[in-house]
Design a protein around this ligand. Structure first.
Ligand code: DGP
Length: 113
């Protein structure tokens, strides 16, 4: 997607602080961190959101969850963390490329909304 910020980050056209990369996934620090650790995990293939997944593509979410747990461990989030994906305008999604927020390093609010 030529006008997608995260596709541009994947392509190296926009700089980011990468913490992990392989052939399928990229993880980088959020530009506007909401917690001491705030990492975004994205698939290199563009999907607008969870809504764009199907049975063939959905296993990427399992890959993302496993990477999130690995990055949480590497970042010392031993007492817990949160994984969030926002979907659509009411869900607060501002970047229309599937992404999961990994948040931790502080006691997070019990409020979800
Ligand atoms: P969401 O609201 O769920 O769509 O989250 C999008 C997140 O992406 C938001 O926390 C800020 C982050 N973000 C937006 N543009 C950039 C960027 O150019 N670089 C980085 N590192 N993060 C970005």
């Amino acid at each position: 997607m030529s006008d997608c910020i995260f596709c541009k980050i994947i392509a190296g056209e926009i700089p980011s602080t990468k913490v992990y990369e392989d052939d399928k996934l990229l993880a980088f620090r959020d530009i506007n961190p909401q917690a001491p650790v705030h990492i975004l995990i994205i698939p290199k293939t563009h999907y607008d959101s969870v809504n764009a997944l199907d049975e063939k593509s959905a296993p990427i979410v399992a890959d993302i969850m496993l990477l999130a747990a690995k990055l949480a461990k590497e970042n010392g989030l031993d007492s817990g963390y949160r994984i969030i994906t926002n979907i659509g305008d009411d869900g607060g999604q501002t970047v229309k490329h599937l992404h999961f927020h990994l948040l931790g390093g502080v006691k997070l609010s019990e409020k979800m909304a």
